[in-house]
Design a protein around this ligand. Structure first.
Ligand code: ATP
Ligand code: MG
Ligand code: FE
Length: 335
């Protein structure tokens, strides 16, 4: 089964061809980072315009790289949400057009299901499992008892971890996107500055990162006022240490509570070297299998959408021609 998948939920225009849900024949990503850099973040109107300009080209490239034509495609999959509504619509319209023109089925995929299924491209998913989802808009612990079924155990009550990275980076004067920049800076510093860990109530699998973000900003501000020298690499390392410790501890606790043999990491912040290392060590110690996608499958791409779409294809879960961009789409309702 050959799926052509499209992803335009944020600032990456992406198309991919995935065979049988696991074999990536092509995975083309046009990043708009350079266009958003000077604004210090994603500008929705700019994103939509770029998607319009790029989408046809990227789809053609994905087909060409896979060395197939539209005749070989069995279904078209697209991210229907969550994301920026104007950005989502470009992908949804493109997929709808292709489905209508060819008479082949259309599949609407949840972006976070895609992030989780990036792991399926690396090592076939086995259940039950717990996924730690860490991205620009989401920080969640999700329990899966089988393919395509998601139970939310906890989520962030304020900032997503990627959002916290991006905001702290901006304050430190680092370029957008801030996650990779802080990760790199942190590697050259020591976590010597005492920053809070947000555990919330005993046993809670929810997260909170706005307090941590504020204390980084306060630490910077106080140092400036006192005129004391502050090593920004140490501040970056301390911020990362706090975020990573909470993420790893809560994931380990959820894996223990639900007695799962397997944990998978998902989302753009899964590219973080500190998190990858710490979670790997912890899961080794706890004797649980851990899968982490390679960097290019952690950040937004369409191959992950094709992988998640295959589960829906197998169930006959197809979209009608009323498929729409749904910016606030929830994962649990998408069972
Ligand atoms: P969502 O998936 O929640 O809709 P998104 O698609 O914008 O949001 P992703 O593309 O999945 O988010 O991830 C982007 C986020 O990942 C950004 O916040 C970015 O700073 C962060 N990120 C990328 N690489 C790293 C890294 N090495 N360390 C920390 N954060 C990183
Ligand atoms: Mg992005
Ligand atoms: Fe994403």
């Amino acid at each position: 089964t050959m799926i052509l998948a499209i992803e335009t939920s944020c600032d990456e225009t992406a198309a991919a061809v995935v065979k049988n849900g696991r074999e990536v024949l092509s995975n083309v990503v046009a990043s708009q980072i350079d266009s958003h850099k000077r604004f210090g973040g994603v500008v929705p109107e700019v994103a939509s315009r770029h998607h319009v300009e790029q989408i046809t080209l990227i789809i053609e490239e994905a087909l060409a790289e896979a060395d197939i034509t539209l005749d070989d495609v069995d279904a078209f999959a697209v991210t229907e949400g969550p994301g920026l509504v104007g950005a989502l619509l470009i992908g949804v319209h493109a997929a709808k057009g292709l489905s209508l023109a060819t008479g082949k089925p259309l599949i609407g995929v949840h972006h976070i299901a895609g992030h989780i299924y990036a792991n399926h491209l690396v090592d076939e998913l086995t259940f039950p499992l717990i996924s730690l989802v860490v991205s620009g808009g989401h920080t969640e612990l999700i329990y899966m008892k089988e393919h395509g079924v998601y139970e939310m155990l906890g989520e962030t009550r304020d900032d997503a971890v990627g959002e916290a990275y991006d905001k702290v980076a901006r304050t430190l004067g680092l370029p957008y996107p801030g996650g990779p920049a802080i990760d790199k800076l942190a590697a050259s510093g020591e976590p010597a500055i005492d920053l809070p860990r947000s555990w919330l109530e005993e046993g809670s699998f929810d997260f909170s990162f706005s307090g941590l973000k504020s204390s980084v900003l306060n630490t910077l501000h106080n140092a400036k006022q006192r005129g004391t020298e502050l090593e920004t690499a140490d501040l970056a390392a301390s911020f990362q240490a706090s975020a990573v410790e909470v993420l790893v501890e809560k994931t380990a606790a959820a894996a223990e509570a639900f007695d799962v043999p397997r944990v998978v990491l998902a989302g753009g912040v899964a590219a973080n070297s500190g998190l990858r290392d710490a979670l790997t060590r912890r899961m080794e110690k706890d004797g649980r299998k851990l899968t982490i996608p390679p960097l290019h499958l952690c950040t937004d791409n369409a191959a992950m959408i094709g992988a998640a779409a295959m589960v829906q294809y197998n169930r006959g879960d197809f979209a009608g021609d009323d498929l729409n961009g749904r910016p606030g789409l929830s994962l649990s309702n998408n069972d």
